[in-house]
Write a protein that binds this ligand. Structure first.
Ligand code: NAP
Length: 331
């Protein structure tokens, strides 16, 4: 079968490899759609640790083709999404329930073969069933959605609160929808007029192109700011956009070793809670259920699809302007 494998930083190739067979407790999945995430570009450029040679792709959806030894809730023919993060279950963090902070975390598509391939083998307990009628490209959004659910859980918006989402990529636009479902008034700060217009169709009641415009809309500051741009400027801007007693959750991944300047006195004097949100602990199933419910607007987040044979270029080149999520599909 074909698989898009990272052999070393800067060396991504479409290889012919043996199709995987499911080991004990595993299933194999025929890939229908796999999303290209910014992390894939970071992996290619060696800006994020991984263990090459490895088949990339950690956001995917497909059909179960075979079941290994052992009982499982999955059956051949099921459409599934995969939580790519495999925790050891025994380290100090896992035994406290913090599986996303597992000291031995192994991620499918980063440390073991992932979904930019015709098939993948995954642990059955990392698979979550989706409806047979679902567009697989929407199913492949379950992983980023699961990360957003964790971020919104961390921020805990209340009905009627004012929430500002910064960054109108897939993460920001999913957070807009989750905060709206929680009953908050949601604003989005992002520079692109197209993304602002899209956010308004997804429940944002106000959008802004600059921090100044976002603050003008809510001069006392927002109860909750969800930072989803992942750049230093927006992290620095977040405290001034947050109300007294408010919360900031940083979901955005800044470059390793990037530094920002924050005034601790201001955070303390206005008792602003500054948190981060990492990965998707116990939220992939909720994401799958939410996608199945049809309550989210997901189709506009899929900008285009590329065949597996041409996916390397889509990963090695910078994201095209206007792209939100590009899906890799089998040829
Ligand atoms: P993305 O497509 O790059 O979206 C980020 C958006 O931020 C861009 O579309 C850009 O839109 C906006 N932006 C950039 N600079 C800005 C600025 N100065 N002011 C306002 N908006 C700005 O990325 P994504 O896939 O949505 O992911 C967002 C972040 O979350 C990334 O850092 C990603 O690595 C991270 N992430 C975190 C987790 C987690 O578990 N915490 C999981 C997945 C992804 P405009 O051009 O419209 O400004």
């Amino acid at each position: 079968m074909k698989a898009l494998r990272l052999h070393a930083p800067g060396d991504l190739r479409l290889d012919d490899v043996a199709a995987p067979a499911p080991g004990p407790g595993e299933i194999t999945v025929r890939i229908e759609a796999a999303g290209i995430c910014g992390t894939d570009r970071h992996l290619f450029r060696s800006e994020f640790p991984c263990t090459p040679p490895v088949t990339l792709g950690h956001e995917f959806c497909g059909i179960v083709t075979a079941i290994g030894d052992g009982e499982t809730h999955i059956a051949p023919g099921d459409r599934v999404t995969c939580d790519p993060n495999i925790a050891c279950g025994t380290c100090a963090q896992c035994t406290r329930g913090r599986i996303h902070l597992c000291e031995n975390l192994c991620a499918i598509g980063i440390h073991r073969d992932g979904g930019f391939a015709e098939q993948v083998a995954i642990p059955a307990h990392r698979a979550f069933v989706l409806p047979p009628s679902l567009d697989p490209a929407l199913g492949a959004l379950a992983e980023p959605l699961a990360c957003c659910i964790h971020g919104v859980d961390r921020g805990a918006p209340l009905p009627g609160e004012r929430v500002l989402v910064i960054g109108g990529g897939v993460i920001g636009l999913l957070c807009v929808q989750l905060a709206r479902l929680a009953g908050a008034h949601v604003s989005l700060l992002t520079r692109s007029p197209d993304k602002r217009a899209l956010a308004e169709t997804m429940g944002a009641s106000h959008t802004a192109a600059t921090p100044q415009a976002a603050l003008a809309e809510c001069p006392a500051g927002y109860d909750l700011v969800l930072e989803c741009a992942g750049v230093p400027d927006t992290v620095v801007a977040a405290p001034a956009l947050t109300a007294r007693g408010g919360r900031i959750v940083v979901l955005g991944v800044l470059a390793q070793r990037a530094q920002v300047s924050i005034e601790p006195f201001d955070l303390l004097f206005r008792e602003i809670d500054l948190k981060t949100s990492f990965l998707n602990p116990f939220t992939q199933g909720r994401a799958a259920d939410l996608i199945a419910s049809g309550r989210l607007s997901l189709a506009p987040l899929v900008s285009r699809t590329v065949p597996l044979s041409r996916a390397a270029a889509a990963i090695t080149e910078p994201a095209a302007p206007g792209d939100i999520r590009v899906m890799v599909v089998p040829d």
